[in-house]
Design a protein around this ligand. Sequence first.
Ligand SMILES: Cc1cc2nc3c(=O)[nH]c(=O)nc-3n(C[C@H](O)[C@H](O)[C@H](O)COP(=O)(O)OP(=O)(O)OC[C@H]3O[C@@H](n4cnc5c(N)ncnc54)[C@H](O)[C@@H]3O)c2cc1C
Length: 328
Amino acid sequence: MPSHDVMPNMELYQPVQVEDALAIADRLAERAWLVGGGQDTYGWLKDRAKSTDAMIDLSGIESLRGIRESGGGIEIGALTTLTEVASNATIQQRFSLLVDAAATVASPQIRNIGTLGGNISQDVRCWYYRRGLSCYRAGGNLCYADTPQGMNRDHSLFEASRCVAASPSDTAPALVALDATMVIRNSSGEREVSAEDYFVGPANDIENTTVLRPGDILTAVRIPATWANATFYFEKVADRNVWDFALVNIAAAFKLSGSNIEDARIVAGAVQATPRRLTAVENAIRGQAKGSGTAESVMELATDGARALAHNGFKIPLLQNLVKRAIA
Ligand SMILES: Cc1cc2nc3c(=O)[nH]c(=O)nc-3n(C[C@H](O)[C@H](O)[C@H](O)COP(=O)(O)OP(=O)(O)OC[C@H]3O[C@@H](n4cnc5c(N)ncnc54)[C@H](O)[C@@H]3O)c2cc1C
């Protein structure tokens, strides 16, 4: 048995300039594994479930850290820790949805080290896959979770395609609700991708959770002013309050005129491989009063098209009730 306490041997690159990191990432391409805080990465490597022979540690690049005002909104460096995100005064004041989401991730220790970029780029948590089994996502031809004996209470309700793993990130639904964009650089330049397009499901790409490709570095997350100071709701339901992933989480932003909902973005996590925007619910509540009457009349729309697995049927009423609470 390999030791779980010792990292395997690999080349280690520790650039301090983003240009150097981009050049190394470009040169190493598929050989490289980028690391921010390592809270997803080190588990893979120590368990020997995945390996790399070259790691690019981004944590020494100061320009990728910090929170700045930008174009009326804010820009958060990808290497900013979740603790820094949750304790930043501007984010607390204008985009408290993201504070509430970041503050529920894992534990204080993990939030002190884990980065926002890593949190939204992390791999799925299906235990079969993380054990190193040769499932579809790992290049094999079986989904161990979607079998009659499969343990799948944490898995997807929607848009499964061979793989049924669910998105584990708490900040991802909040960033989709805030209409954020992800800034990605590689050796040929910079591109900006909307949060909704950043995450990819298994029907499009079964081996990756994001649009990032070898050579790409996520440098920042931009949140526009559009939803600043909206009325927000975030709730995460997990088996434990700390050190645990969401069974379902919900992030919602409402623009109100009096008590009427002018506009809303409602996004659920842990119900499919990407954050799920609940557009049927959003459309149904526009122009309606924000309150329990509206909430009860639309909550079932949240789960139209859901396909429960053997052990995750409880997520259907859970998601409906989180939507109800968000609107009520
Ligand atoms: C016990 C435990 C409990 C957890 N509970 C939760 C939870 O409740 N909620 C939750 O959301 N998460 C949870 N996590 C996951 C963990 O908190 C997040 O994955 C963490 O935020 C990852 O950030 P990181 O910087 O440490 O990631 P890393 O491991 O450094 O990176 C994660 C992935 O993102 C890629 N990456 C990182 N930075 C960049 C970049 N700038 N550009 C391109 N690619 C990049 C890496 O290559 C890697 O594939 C938990 C983890 C553990 C170990």
